[in-house]
Design a protein around this ligand. Structure first.
Ligand SMILES: [Zn+2]
Ligand SMILES: [Zn+2]
Ligand SMILES: [Zn+2]
Length: 192
């Protein structure tokens, strides 16, 4: 996950956002003229250790009437170690020895248990990642050329401003929001 490198600059009343990929966390950035310390924050506390993650996913899989098998644990580990959502083929490739049919089936079971979600990419392939309450709140960069999907987070201040802007949209529509999803669609650095 891209947990850093977020710049917001204001030019001529228009807000533009630049998301460089290679910055370490806790860089400073600025909103208008005020320098702001970049903080990595999410609405949820991600589960950090493999054990915590396995206990929680195991609980969900059991609650769904399934067993948390070694292959399912392997799929969860692969997704948790990735910095972006993965296609079934990518999970198979990383998890040497896992059969494609079993990966496909296990992803469905994990999805039904609420441990994994599907992400629509910029191509025909469905991608999978850990549910947001397990991985932490984040957004996606979706490339319409190569289809790639990359995770990114924004500073808490930006999330707060997004939330309040979205809350007023929801209020005027009489809509009760639970959470938001925000993806940027365009071309990745490889395709520009
Ligand atoms: Zn691309
Ligand atoms: Zn993601
Ligand atoms: Zn957000």
């Amino acid at each position: 996950m891209l947990q850093s490198g977020y710049d917001e600059t204001t030019t001529g009343g228009k807000s533009s956002v630049v998301v460089p990929a290679d910055r370490p966390p806790s860089h400073s950035f600025s909103i208008g003229r005020d320098p702001v310390r970049l903080r990595i924050v999410s609405s949820f506390v991600p589960l950090h250790t493999a054990t915590e993650l396995d206990v929680e996913v195991g609980r969900r899989v059991s609650a769904a009437g399934q067993r948390y098998t070694q292959n399912r644990q392997a799929v969860i580990r692969i997704l948790s170690e990735s910095d972006r959502p993965l296609t079934t083929a990518e999970v198979v490739k990383v998890g040497e020895g896992l059969a494609q049919s079993s990966v496909y089936r296990n992803l469905s079971v994990l999805e039904a248990a609420g441990a994994v979600i599907r992400i629509a990419g910029g191509d025909e392939f469905t991608r999978f990642e850990l549910a947001e309450d397990l991985a932490g709140h984040h957004h996606h960069l979706i490339c319409t050329d190569c289809g790639s999907v990359t995770d990114f987070t924004v500073p808490a201040k930006v999330e707060d401003r997004l939330e309040s802007a979205l809350a007023s949209v929801a209020t005027s529509a009489g809509f009760s929001p639970e959470h938001h999803r925000l993806d940027l669609v365009g071309r990745c650095s490889d395709c520009c």
